[in-house]
Design a protein around this ligand. Sequence first.
Ligand SMILES: Cc1ncc(COP(=O)(O)O)c(C=O)c1O
Length: 436
Amino acid sequence: MELTVETLEQHWLPFTSNRQFKREPRLFVRASGMYYWGQDGHKVLDGSSGLFTSAAGHCRPEIAKAVSEQLQTLDYAPSFMRGHPGAFAFANGLAAIMPADLHHIFFCNSGSESIDTAIKIAFAYHLARKEAQRTYLVSRERAYHGVNIGGTALSGIMRNKEAFGALMPGILHLRHTWLAENRLQRGMGASGAELADDLLRFVQLVGEKRVAAVFVEPIAGSTGVLVPPRGYLERIREICDRYGILLVFDEVICGFGRTGLAFAADSFGVTPDIITMAKALTNGAQPMGAVAVRDGIYQTIIDAAPDGALEFFHGYTYSAHPAACAAGLATLKIYETERLFTRAAEMSDYFQDAMFALQDLPAISDVRGYGMLAGVEVKPGKTPGARGSELQAKLYDRGLHVKTTGDVAILAPAFIASHAEIDLIGAILRDAIAEY
Ligand SMILES: Cc1ncc(COP(=O)(O)O)c(C=O)c1O
């Protein structure tokens, strides 16, 4: 189809300046491995794994084959009162790589749905324990938990919620963990573990048995990569344990090797009660999300209902869609046979070196990172975010795709990236940022 002002009009793009995009469209028509190609044949190195999705690189034939075969065998099966073998196989495969006893998996279709599902699981669990008075949820400033109503209410990025009315009541926000003294520190910052004590204050404020769950991105991703300070997550865990609060790790970005182990929970040595995931769950090849819960939480909810009754009044038409399960199973196999989480760990130092090497540029205000995830922040231009938005267009034109939020470029290459490709990411960033 020829792209004209008229043919571009009907698609309302999400999280996009539609007017600007339609004036100057930059879109992708093809992908393979570490690269995208634009509509004019322009080759673009993928510095952000799509949208943190394609950790094993693009257009993996194993995934395409599995999805194609699945669609020709069983294209759709309801998961309400039915099911299909791929759903059980994929849940088993995921359980095998989850931390501790997070062995029960609820499927949905996106990261946003995984968050709203986790909210419902937390409330259902407390109701089953006869603690329905736990109506408060705790999130953090600068948090991103997707865009459904629950996740929007949890959002600590105010622009994402200010247009949307009252949302949910009873949400409290911990302070974010960006601290000036941790600026340009690699990995976990030395200062800030005590920020976790905000949770104690909330418990004192609303009452010991009023908080249902705390939602934490182990590394806050979409806001621009905030690595937790050393000791911070342990302290959150300890306070949750003391007051019977569920700890939810939103690993939609961190999960599946981004931190060098299967989950950030493994890398940081802190086990949550619930993990939400999406994106690299299927290498981005099919829309899917999932929620893993500890065995005891599942069992408590199940046992609270009479035998034969539905235990949890929640689910999606496309929960455990056969094509998504097939993509997920093929993805897990790639991660395992190519040892991609180990490869991510092995490449991390090289990648972080390349990102931190940019700090001498006058326009850089901060660099942060852990594993195969980094935030490169530039000093703001006329208005906050304007320079970031301009930068992502400039980078695209120079052959690098990068997700930006505000004035932060968020780098998250696929784990198959070569040293030369990481060098190229660094070189294009340097070239573009040096202009400021
Ligand atoms: C931590 C986190 N949670 C939830 C989401 C929402 O996922 P989705 O866009 O698939 O709904 C995202 C998306 O970037 C995310 O980074």
